[in-house]
Design a protein around this ligand. Structure first.
Ligand code: SAH
Ligand code: SF4
Ligand code: F3S
Length: 466
């Protein structure tokens, strides 16, 4: 039996792809290991989104080279594959820069890993084609036993690629054009997940709310319709989706947040910036006020929804006043969580060519201020939950005996200190304290307070962050 070690960077799409790669390799006799030193095959599933992310690959390859040398001395062979978005973006360059690499495999080619590895016995291989055939059709069907080992929550890719071409972003180049999987295929995969014990499915895509898959009726279905049928699958208790673009937040999807109890009250809706000039320069195709209106519509449908976002500071030409617009937008909206980044010029993207790049020191200062405000809002949101009873999906044992850890409907990490249920159960738990990263809860006192559960009736403001 051979062992494969897969290390994944970047977004949820890569997490899903990494799992699928091990699925493809299983029939070839590979079992997964968490210990790189014992791996016959090392796969780095890379991310190209920011310079730091891409550079990590090369420092990791340095470590892999030393490991491979040590294994060679012991008489073991090690194959090294670079997959993911850096593979797609840099292709053969990687072979030049890192001699340890045997094969470079793009995100639309990994279904061919077995043949690529066979070819790599004789020569170094680069496969970054965007094949005409559907990658998903060539992947093996999900195996219930393998799924069970991965826990009670799962990602399910329903859409891939991006046609939006934001001026800063590499994704349209690394992942290709927007493609949606047909509804029937998504449902089949979801049923396998549920039957294997998965209770929460997060449907994912680079622009998941632009989903437009072929329905069983031959018509095009949007994400809302897909979520409605996913919710009917026996065993699927919770649904989430990520990542969304503000332009694709249609009425049906907003209404799903009101009408679909399984759809968790959490929305990751990246806005990037609060200045209309910057948003236009980014090619985001919406204004800051349009974003505010979307938030109003979503909150009208689901008052307790937890909002999350992505921000970029120091986009080329961003002035102090324009950065203040971002701070104002954050103050107006109130986020439960967020990711924020310094703008990183990426090769081949229009913004990288702009003459007016913002100085690093200015980016650092803006990021610190923005993160301080976002952190304040995150903690305020978490404190609001204290004293309330929420449904917690139990995902794994906690750090200490007797504890179980899981997630609230709002995607907060919750540690239950007197857990009686089992992994996979959804229990009502009273939040007693907010730590810096997790909430702490008890199940015994839960009956005393009204439940703020996933199926709280619409119009009942259970949790507001203003
Ligand atoms: N499809 C998603 C985002 C995918 S990338 C969307 O449209 O929102 C995830 C996040 O990385 C982006 O939301 C953005 O905030 C950040 N990002 C992308 N390119 C970047 C760059 N060149 N520099 C800094 N951050 C970047
Ligand atoms: Fe990148 Fe914009 Fe597409 Fe998101 S919508 S993946 S930020 S180009
Ligand atoms: Fe990174 Fe590729 Fe995802 S660039 S963020 S791994 S789509």
């Amino acid at each position: 039996m051979k062992k494969v070690y897969v290390k994944s960077y970047g977004c949820q799409m890569n997490v899903y792809d990494a799992e699928r790669m091990t699925d493809v390799l299983a029939p070839e006799g590979y079992v997964q290991t968490q210990v790189p030193e014992e791996a016959d095959l090392v796969v780095l599933n890379t991310c190209h989104i920011r310079e730091k992310a891409a550079e990590k690959v090369y420092s990791e390859l340095g470590r892999v080279r030393r490991m491979k040398e040590a294994r060679t001395l012991e008489g073991h062979e090690t194959k090294v594959v670079v997959a993911g978005c850096v593979a797609q973006a840099e292709g053969a360059e990687i072979l030049k820069r890192a001699h340890v690499v045997d094969a470079v495999v793009g995100p639309q080619s990994y279904q061919r890993l077995p043949e690529i590895l066979r070819a790599a016995k004789a020569r170094r291989v680069v496969d970054t084609e965007f094949p005409v055939e559907d990658k998903f059709d060539e992947l093996p069907a999900l195996d219930a036993k393998r799924v069970r080992g991965r826990g009670v929550t799962a990602f399910l890719t329903v859409q891939e690629g991006c046609d939006k071409f934001c001026a800063f972003c590499v994704v349209p180049y690394t992942r290709g054009a927007e493609v949606s999987r047909p509804v029937a295929k998504v449902l089949a995969e979801a049923r396998t997940l549920a039957a294997a014990g998965v209770r929460e499915i997060t449907v994912i895509g680079q622009n998941v709310n632009a989903y437009h898959g072929e329905g069983p009726d031959g018509r095009t279905w949007g994400l809302a319709r897909l979520l409605h049928v996913l919710a009917e699958i026996e065993g699927v208790e919770r649904l989430r989706y990520t990542t969304s673009h503000p332009r694709d937040m249609d009425d049906a999807l907003v209404a799903a947040h009101r009408d679909l109890p399984a759809l968790m009250p959490y929305l990751h809706l990246p806005v990037q910036a609060g200045s209309d000039r910057v948003l236009a320069a980014m090619n985001r195709k919406h204004t800051a006020d349009e974003y505010r209106r979307i938030v109003e519509r979503v909150r009208a449908a689901r008052p307790d929804i937890a909002l999350s976002s992505d921000f970029i500071v120091g986009f080329p030409g961003e002035t102090d006043a324009e950065f203040e617009d971002t701070m104002r937008l954050v103050a107006d909206v109130g986020f439960a969580s967020a990711f924020s980044f310094k703008y990183s010029p990426r090769p081949g993207t229009p913004a990288a060519e702009e003459a007016e790049q913002v100085a690093e020191a200015v980016k650092v200062e803006r990021l610190a201020r923005l993160q301080a405000l976002l952190e304040e809002q995150r903690q305020a949101f978490n404190r609001e939950t204290v004293g309330r009873t929420v449904d917690v999906l139990l995902e794994k044992p906690g750090r200490h005996p007797g504890q179980l850890a899981g997630k609230s409907p709002y995607l907060q990490a919750v540690v239950i200190e007197d857990a009686t249920g089992a992994v996979g159960d959804i229990v009502a738990a009273r939040i007693v304290r907010a730590g810096s990263n997790s909430l702490f809860a008890e199940t015994n006192a839960s009956a005393a307070t009204p439940s703020v559960s996933s199926n709280v009736s619409a119009g009942e403001p259970a949790l507001a962050v203003e």
